[in-house]
Write a protein that binds this ligand. Structure first.
Ligand code: MF3
Ligand code: CO
Ligand code: CO
Length: 250
């Protein structure tokens, strides 16, 4: 069942989304060679609390930290650690989800650590473009497959793989709701998206093959071939006047 939101609820979600954006801006300023992913976790947790929110990832299905930090071949759900240091040339996705006044705002960006290879820069740019293309496909009455098609056709035209194992999702008072937003698909197919729906689009783009594996910790998803992966995520609403609003934009 898809839980439809009123414009009043969407306005509250915009506040949570704005906070997610602000937190990611803070993270961006911190990112540098030599910092630990635990330092990112501390900054996210502190900034979340200072703004009267809580971190949805913390203890979510047993996830041990307040944010996901996914470096290079880590596709998603990387766990912050004081043993993991950023180094020049890394790419790192940071995925934050504050809960503010009962509503979730879910967003992630991939950051470049110092100077990176042209491959690392290119896949990061592709993932960002994929999110933009996915959002551009959203309108009242569109199908989930329209979003997936926009993303998949672009990414594959550049030789990249689109991750199948993890998808975008409805969001609201709960972190993950229906519908599932596939980042691959066919035009005109899948669930119809209508007024009052709020969901994330969060394409994970792999350098070559889309296959993933989960590490022993039960969370960290990595590319099966050990190549790079990049991701960007926004929370998007179709308001009750039919307009599309990016809730996690500045
Ligand atoms: N923020 C992720 C998403 O985009 C979910 C992370 S779940 C966690 O849906 F438990 F790993 F935090
Ligand atoms: Co997220
Ligand atoms: Co999400």
């Amino acid at each position: 069942m898809i839980i439809l939101k009123s414009d009043e609820e969407i306005d509250k979600m915009r506040q949570a989304g704005k906070l997610a954006c602000k937190i990611l801006d803070k993270v961006e300023a911190l990112i540098a060679p030599g910092i630990t992913t635990e330092a990112i976790n501390e900054l996210v947790e502190r900034h979340t609390r200072e703004n009267g929110a809580t971190s949805a990832p913390l203890n979510y299905k047993g996830f041990p930290k307040s944010v996901c930090t996914s470096i290079n071949d880590v596709v998603c759900h990387g766990i912050p650690s004081k043993k993991v240091f950023l180094k020049e040339g890394d790419i790192i996705n940071v995925d934050v989800t504050p809960i503010l006044n009962g509503y979730h705002g879910d967003s992630s960006r991939t950051f470049l650590v110092g100077n990176v290879s042209k491959e690392a820069k290119a896949i990061t740019e592709c993932a960002k473009k994929c999110l933009e293309l996915g959002i551009s496909a959203v309108h009242d009455g569109c199908r989930v497959g329209d979003i997936g098609f926009a993303i998949q056709s672009y990414a594959e035209s550049l030789g990249y793989g689109v991750v199948r194992d993890f998808v975008g999702h409805g969001i609201g008072k709960t972190f993950h709701e229906e519908p599932q937003i596939y980042h691959f698909g066919k035009l005109g197919k899948g669930t119809r998206l209508t007024k009052g729906m709020v969901f994330t689009i969060e394409p994970m783009i792999n350098e070559r093959d889309w296959q993933c594996e989960i590490l022993e910790d039960g969370w960290t998803a990595v590319t099966a071939d050990g190549l790079l992966s990049a991701q960007f995520e926004h929370t998007v609403a179709i308001r009750n006047d039919g307009s599309v609003q990016i809730l996690t934009a500045p």
